[in-house]
Design a protein around this ligand. Structure first.
Ligand code: PMP
Length: 297
């Protein structure tokens, strides 16, 4: 399949308060956000024309900016409306929304106090890549070469561009060995998450999740925990060391893009795509569609 680059598409992008043609939404090469990673972003999913968990994502964007020491120069409700308008402008039925904010070009050094804060929103059609059957075969993971940093080393709760450096490097390292994604441990050697999604383990019918104390407590993660509780499944958040994978029955990832995706193996540990994963994947599917119906009503 030919790649359509993201800077060469039809449509519009909302950029600093204006709607501009997609190909004209450019930044100068000397931008603080590019050189020093002073950039925060969100990834949202559109189901049946509605943005799922929209308020939570926009609230997280504002929090991420605040953690990085800058304020998004718009109101939260205003930016929510902008995202909805961009989705409408493209007539997106099932897709993805990317709101983001970054520091501009007024200063090109570590200190960036006087930089202008820029904001943009893009959206594109993005139906599910895999058929449900293909996705349910499960991903093959290998341990990442990089660990998630401690909260004393990086602003771990921000969805910030800089934190993705180790994710891209880790993902590339395992892809080169034929794996789908990398399992990142944290600075203490505990299981943390994958390079762009949270992780859950199923042990004896219970759902175990690493405590989200040094990585994003994903919006999908929180939704899936709620769905599990509704099913009467016990949910436990705790420190999990990789050796525990030997006594783990099922593993799956959660994220806005990943939704609920089973994992069939991590290094030499093998798992089944079992009843808990299947049940929660179905529940999640129902949840996003029910949300779309409810907000259309
Ligand atoms: N961790 C990382 C590193 C991510 O990029 C994402 C995707 N935003 C997640 C976890 C899951 O977060 P969410 O469920 O809010 O999409």
């Amino acid at each position: 399949m030919a790649i359509v680059p993201f800077d060469d598409r039809d449509g519009v992008i909302w950029y600093d308060g204006k709607t501009v043609p997609w190909r004209d939404a450019k930044v100068h090469v000397l931008s603080h956000g590019l050189h020093y990673a002073s950039c925060v972003f969100e990834g949202e999913r559109v189901y049946e024309r509605r943005i799922f968990r929209h308020k939570e994502h926009i609230a997280r964007l504002f929090r991420s900016a605040e953690i990085l020491g800058f304020a998004v120069p718009y109101g939260q409700a205003e930016l929510e409306g902008v995202c909805e308008d961009v989705v409408k402008a493209h007539n997106i039925v099932n897709g993805y929304v990317r709101p983001f904010a970054w520091r501009g070009s007024e200063m090109m050094a570590v200190s960036a106090q006087a930089t202008k804060i820029h904001v943009a929103v893009a959206a594109w059609e993005w139906p599910s890549y895999f058929t449900p059957e293909a996705r349910m075969r499960g991903l093959r993971l290998a341990t990442a070469p990089y660990a998630r940093p401690s909260p004393a080393t990086a602003p771990v709760h921000a969805k910030a561009a800089g934190l993705y450096m180790i994710c891209t490097l880790s993902k590339h390292a395992v892809e080169a060995r034929g794996y789908d994604d990398a399992l990142m441990l944290d600075y203490r050697g505990r299981i943390a998450e994958s390079t762009g999604a949270n992780i859950f383990l199923v042990q004896n019918g219970e759902l175990h999740a690493p405590e989200a104390d040094c990585f994003l407590n994903g919006i999908t993660r929180q939704t899936v925990m709620e769905l599990a509780r509704r099913r009467g499944i016990k949910v436990v958040e705790r420190a999990i060391m990789p050796e525990e994978l030997a006594k783990t029955d099922e593993v799956f990832l959660t994220g806005t893009a990943a939704e609920v995706t089973p994992v069939q193996s991590i290094d030499d540990y093998k798992f089944t795509v079992g009843a808990v994963t299947r049940g929660l994947a179905e529940d999640y599917d129902r949840e996003v569609r029910a949300h779309a119906k409810a907000s259309a009503a």
